[in-house]
Design a protein around this ligand. Sequence first.
Ligand code: PAF
Length: 281
Amino acid sequence: MQTLQDAASLRATIRGWRAQGHMVGFVPTLGNLHAGHHSLVKLARARADRVVASVFVNPTQFGPNEDFERYPRTLAQDQAGLAESGCDLLFAPDVATLYPFGADKSVSLHVPELTDTLEGAHRPGHFDGVATVVCKLFNLVQPDIAIFGQKDFQQLKVIERMVRDLSLPVKVMSGPTQRADDGLALSSRNQYLSVSDRQTAALIYETLQQMRDLIAKGHARKVVEQAAASKLERAGFVPDYAAIRRAEDLAEPGDGEREGLVALIAARLGTTRLIDNLLFD
Ligand code: PAF
């Protein structure tokens, strides 16, 4: 696996692959990779002739009080894991490559409506940063397919919408959330948890499952959401939301709507903010 930092060599390498008729799969990441990312690389490996991953801690998607500075930069470890998962090329640009005029003076993309709610409401500007950097990365890599984790469900929806709205020639695909034995969704941020908070954190997945089961039994959505938030609070979380939405567009489902739903939770435990979701179907 080769690692490239500049746009010109990235483009030249990919042009060479295309000349040989190869299809390119792409897995964008923030780095500090774990088994969840590696599963996405393996999916790309199975669907494309060549696999590119990117590692870039994107400043524009972190809010002023978020963990941009402390987000772990572990490039050597990431390189080893990517090579083992079947990645052909790691693109690891610096900020000036992706933001030649500065991160605060960049063209910025905004995907309306979908980003007004849930994560978008609690992390203003976050999805503008995600959409902007993913569009820039797509322009540089020009992949045939790009694979994102379902753990960031709203992000996946935002990227699908952006790709469709801007007619980008990329097929967006997703891979299932990878979980620890107790159900906690794998995330780079799990390592911020204390030993006892790590045990408590498994309650998020348990709560999502309970939300699904209660809806299947016919309980009212608002009651289920409230019960989930209370359960998390009792265990020591500070929930931002415990919500049931339509999976297609994250709109609030009508009373009695039972098909095509997703439960989503975001909650703080100590200084760590965790998110997870569960598709009901
Ligand atoms: O999910 C992530 O790792 C990031 O939000 C992404 C898609 C790589 C954009 O920086």
